[in-house]
Write a protein that binds this ligand. Sequence first.
Ligand SMILES: NC(=O)C1=CN([C@@H]2O[C@H](COP(=O)(O)OP(=O)(O)OC[C@H]3O[C@@H](n4cnc5c(N)ncnc54)[C@H](O)[C@@H]3O)[C@@H](O)[C@H]2O)C=CC1
Ligand SMILES: O=P(O)(O)OC[C@H]1O[C@](O)(CO)[C@@H](O)[C@@H]1O
Length: 380
Amino acid sequence: MKALHFGAGNIGRGFVGVLLNEAGYELVFADVAAPLIDALNAQDSYTVHEVGSDPRDIEVTGFSGVNSAEDPQGLLEHIKTADVITTAVGPTVLKIIAPALAEGLRARAEAGGGTVAVMACENAINATDGLAESIREAYPEVDRIAVFANTAVDRIVPNQAPGQGLDVTVETYYEWAVESPAFGGDAPRIPGITWVEDLAPYITRKLFTVNTGHAATAYFGYQAGISKISDALADPGVHAKVEGVLAETKALLVEKFGFEPEVQQAYVDKILTRFANPHLPDTVERVGRAPLRKISRNERFIGPAAELAERGLDATALVSAVSAVLGFDVADDAEAQQLQDRLATARGDRTAAAALATELTGIDAEHPLFPALAEVFAEA
Ligand SMILES: NC(=O)C1=CN([C@@H]2O[C@H](COP(=O)(O)OP(=O)(O)OC[C@H]3O[C@@H](n4cnc5c(N)ncnc54)[C@H](O)[C@@H]3O)[C@@H](O)[C@H]2O)C=CC1
Ligand SMILES: O=P(O)(O)OC[C@H]1O[C@](O)(CO)[C@@H](O)[C@@H]1O
């Protein structure tokens, strides 16, 4: 059995790859980073260090790498022969890998190959559906050879310290939830997966609690001049603001999906403990990365804030988190710099600031959230 995984980064090596490996798959990582692929092909094993309350080391073996930029033929052969294809490349990269997947899956069908499971493991709602759509643009009949299933992946994997090679430090916690109906009873056997009938409540709760809370910690922490995530959460002011944000998303999740309030509160408390893990060398710059994506319409701040406002519920704390995002000025984050440039062009002009609010968040002037958002953009 072979698994082809796109993206040999933090989640690829430190989470999805580990579970595929433990399930007995020969693991092939596809990536565009040549030094990473060279290291994967030069080494027989790497170590995943789980840190936290019950630490342990896991040895990963039985893997190789293919450079998907430089070796398209090698990649195509793996697409033809893999039993499972997964990704952890970032939501915006799925469109970029789709043409190669389309070509490989077409070649697989023409060679009489069997069906392959495709699961995108990204922080985005229905990421696999988006990938499937992009593949269908080049190969409309792809569904005869591939089964697409949406997933929700949850494990904190910080950027790794220089000199650590392929080894990855991760938290002990993980959850990989995958929708099962797509497979019609013939799902791949991967013990680490939690199979669910309906992924929507899982991924929405995960994105609007774990990702909203983590990103809020990053932006409020950055605003307070704190660098490490666990230090940010230890700051009483930051902690209170993050709790305020999570109280609002809790109100939405309880109302929308009928989660018991105590169950959701226990989930919130658990994730705050995870963020506070002092053994994770995680920074506000990493967790706050890509702020333009994070303030887009269906993402972790605007998504819940819009739904709360539509229901006449309070979204003040979420809007103040958006205000903190607008202050995120990290030099080597391309999206942060684009955001700062756009804010600079609108500064001092309320009409331009309101238009920018709509452009970046997708909230138009008719929406009940708009006045509050227009205000924070005008003040940024
Ligand atoms: N790090 C974390 O704690 C978590 C991350 N995620 C999600 O997992 C995904 C990956 O995140 P990370 O592993 O943290 O990022 P990362 O930056 O560590 O890894 C991404 C990898 O994708 C590779 N890549 C970029 N373009 C590519 C292409 N065209 N073809 C093949 N490979 C390509 C990069 O070279 C890199 O090795 C993202 O969607 C993120 O939102 C989800 C849960 C937790
Ligand atoms: O690319 P994104 O959306 O920031 O995803 C990574 C985030 O997801 C999380 O794992 C939460 O699941 C955080 O560790 C991390 O900040």
